[in-house]
Every structure is written in structure tokens, then in C-alpha cells.
Design a protein around this ligand. Structure first.
Ligand code: HEM
Length: 378
């Protein structure tokens, strides 16, 4: 009897016209509903991450993570939820967990480990094959090897005079505004870090400190960087959009606007810098002869055009706002904590740091309070 009932049900749902079997609207709705339901049951109860606590909506789709990321302050929200569920592990997506345990850092981010970068996330930056976004281990290693010479201590020491010059100028500009009125300190630091990383990378400073006006330290480049870094969330969480945009020419991305338009505006600025780099710099052979200091781009100038543009954007982003934010937060914390500020000032005064040479990296590393990871009182 049961097979007959089943047969009748199928025949009601799937009307036959001639030789073609057309599913009815009911069938489509029922099928879709059943699939959604089965998927939800799987994600909530049978998925390998089902035992990890977190909001149900996070387990069901990436839309929860998208909305939390887009709203800003995602890390703070995660910490709240870790507390709420009383767990160091938190499920923040169907296939994603957040871990609140710094002892796992070296396991997860180790260069030798098998954990791969999540390409869905990194592809959203539209910076294909840059050292930060490359998920393929071999390609990543090859690119990293090319760049690594610039991250050695010897290399950093070789351009410390450049850092010193920019910071000297920054201090002068901050002093000019020392009239008791507020100034945009984080923008001031960003101007210096963009100038430093651009000069180290392309041999030409982007001149943000020269361009910055008034206590807001505003510049066009910082404005573009701001909108660019407000987050490519749509491109990360909507794979179809990401696929289309990653193949689209820059002019199309700019015309579309939104996150794509922001990324395209930033890319145009970087292309301009690259154009200057290729027009004005000597070939690498003359560098070895000591004609000019080597810059980061000398090591990768033979890359294909799209890789070159992506890496140039990556390096400017990686080396500017990261350092600027860290310094801004450090200053803020220091000013909030007079004992820390006074101890640091005392140490620097007693070390008699007066000339540029005194601020040598190796000398600074010998100052125990400055070098301490987290001074007492923070
Ligand atoms: C205090 C300042 C900085 C912080 C907090 C910081 C933070 C980070 C973080 C979290 C990553 C991992 C990104 C990921 O894989 O998702 C990273 C990677 C990277 N950073 Fe920094 N960074 C800083 C300064 C710099 C500077 C000055 C540069 C110079 C260009 C730089 C260049 C890079 C590069 C090239 C990578 C990719 C490394 C790789 O995947 O092999 N960073 N940084």
C-alpha cells in the first residue's frame, strides 16, 4: 500500500505533459524547503563543528558573520560571545570558529604548518597572489622569499635614517600645532608611516607629511585609504560577486562603486606610483654598483603586471595603517598612564639620545623599559 501512496503523491506533484516531466511549483517549493531544512539540521546537529557553541544564525549561514563584520568591532562582539557561552571556542560561521587562546597562535600561524589561508576571505581583497593573500603554499613561499631580504634587521637598520627624518618632521609638525587645541594624532602618524613605507618600497615618498594640512592632517591618499579599509565585506561573503569582480577590469569596478569602486580608486593611485617607479629608477644592475639604495620593488619588478599592482597595494596597506594604529594606541595608553610615560621619558633622557646616530636601532634595543613587551601599569 505504501508504495502506491508514494506513487500517487509523486504523480500529483510532478504533472506529465507528453514526454516531458515538469516539476510543479509545489514540487519546487517542497524540494527547496526540504533541502533548506536538511541543510539546517546538518549544520546545527551533524556538522563537525556542531558541538562548538555560538549563535544559531552563525552556524546556519555566513550572513551573520557578514553583518557583524560590516557593523564594525567584530573582535569585541566575539569576546562578548565567548563570555556569554563561557567557551574559548566560538562558532562564527558554518565552517568557521574563533579561538580565544593566544597559546594557539604559533600552531595556527606557523609557516611550517599545514593550515592554509582561507582563500574566500583573502580573495575578497582583490589582490591576487600578493604575499598576504596567496593561499597556495608554494607560491606564497616563493614570493615571501623574494621579499624577505627587506625584513631583516640589517635591512631595517639600513633605512633607519629615513625613518628618523620622517619622524623628525612629524614631531616638528605636531609641535607647530601645540596650541592647546586638539589635533588628529592618528592621521599625523599615518602620514609618517605612509611616507616611510612608500619610500622604502618604491624609492619615492608619497609626501603625505608635506601635503597634510591643519590639525586634521588630512590628505587625499589617506581619504582613499580610509574608504578602502572600511572593508571588502560584500566581496568576502558573496562569492558570486567576488568571482565576477575579480575578473572585471578596474574601470568596471570603479563604475560599479561600493567596495569595488573604493578598491579601484586605491589601485589607480598605486598604479601611478608604480609608473613613476618604472620611469625614474635605474635598472637593478646599477643598484649593486651602489648608485642608489635598493628598494622593496627592485626584488619583484619582474612580476606580471596584475601581480605587481596587487603586491604594491598590499605592501602599502601592510606597512602603513598597521604601524600607525599600533603607535597611536601605544601613545594613547602611555598618556593615560603617567607612571609608564614618566618611566619611559626617564629612561630615554638618561640614555642621552640626542643625535640621529644615538637613535640607532641596536642602541634602542638595549633600553630595557622601551623594549619590554608590556610595561607594568598597562
Ligand atoms: C605594528 C605593525 C604591524 C602589524 C600589527 C602587522 C600585522 C600583520 C598581520 C596580522 C599579518 C598577517 C596577515 C594575514 O595573513 O592575514 C601581517 C602580515 C604581513 N605584514 Fe605586517 N604588520 C605590521 C607591520 C608591517 C610592516 C611595517 C610591513 C612592511 C611592509 C608589513 C608587511 C607584512 C607582510 C608582507 C605580510 C604578509 C606576510 C606573509 O603572509 O608571509 N607588516 N602583518
Amino acid at each position: 500500500m505504501a508504495p502506491q501512496v508514494f506513487h500517487d503523491l509523486i504523480m500529483t506533484l510532478i504533472p506529465v505533459q507528453g514526454d516531458i516531466v515538469w516539476p510543479s511549483l509545489n514540487t519546487i517549493l517542497l524540494g527547496t524547503g526540504a533541502t533548506v531544512l536538511l541543510r539546517a539540521v546538518y549544520l546545527l546537529y551533524l556538522h563537525p563543528l556542531a558541538g562548538i557553541p555560538g549563535p544559531r544564525r552563525a552556524a546556519l549561514s555566513n550572513l551573520w558573520l557578514y553583518s557583524v563584520s560590516k557593523a564594525g568591532h567584530a573582535p569585541e562582539r566575539f569576546i562578548e560571545l565567548h563570555r556569554k557561552y563561557n567557551s574559548n571556542l566560538l562558532r562564527i560561521g558554518p565552517n568557521e570558529i574563533h579561538i580565544l587562546d593566544s597559546s594557539q597562535y604559533h600552531t595556527i600561524y606557523s609557516q611550517d604548518h599545514a593550515f592554509l589561508k582561507d582563500s574566500a576571505f583573502y580573495d575578497g581583497f582583490l589582490l591576487p597572489h600578493s604575499v598576504t593573500t596567496e593561499p597556495d603554499k608554494m607560491l606564497h613561499r616563493a614570493r615571501r622569499k623574494k621579499l624577505s631580504v627587506f625584513f631583516s634587521k640589517a635591512s631595517i637598520s639600513s633605512f633607519q635614517h629615513l625613518i628618523y627624518d620622517k619622524l623628525d618632521k612629524l614631531c616638528e609638525m605636531i609641535s607647530e600645532h601645540a596650541d592647546g587645541k586638539p589635533l588628529q594624532f592618528s592621521n599625523a602618524i599615518r602620514c609618517a608611516t605612509v611616507d616611510i613605507i612608500s619610500e622604502v618600497s618604491f624609492g619615492e615618498s608619497l609626501g603625505q607629511l608635506d601635503e597634510a594640512e591643519g590639525p586634521g592632517f588630512e590628505t587625499n591618499f589617506l581619504k582613499v585609504l580610509d574608504v578602502m579599509l572600511s572593508g571588502p565585506w560584500e566581496l568576502i561573503y558573496f562569492p558570486v560577486l567576488r568571482k565576477v569582480m575579480s575578473k572585471a577590469p578596474l574601470s568596471f569596478q570603479a563604475a560599479v562603486g561600493g567596495a569595488n569602486g573604493r578598491a579601484a580608486r586605491f589601485a589607480y593611485l598605486i598604479i601611478n606610483i608604480l609608473r613613476n617607479y618604472f620611469q625614474t629608477k635605474e635598472p637593478i644592475g646599477t643598484v649593486a654598483a651602489g648608485d642608489r639604495r635598493m628598494v622593496v620593488f627592485d626584488a619583484i619588478k619582474d612580476l606580471e603586471y596584475t601581480d605587481l599592482v596587487a603586491e604594491a597595494q598590499n605592501i602599502i596597506i601592510a606597512g602603513s595603517d598597521t604601524t600607525a594604529t599600533t603607535l597611536t594606541v601605544a601613545f594613547l595608553q602611555m598618556l593615560k598612564s603617567p607612571p609608564v610615560y614618566n618611566a619611559l621619558k626617564k629612561e630615554i633622557r638618561e640614555a642621552n639620545l640626542l643625535t640621529e646616530q644615538d637613535f640607532d636601532l641596536l642602541a634602542l634595543e638595549r633600553l630595557p623599559y622601551l623594549e619590554s613587551y608590556q610595561p607594568d601599569g598597562w
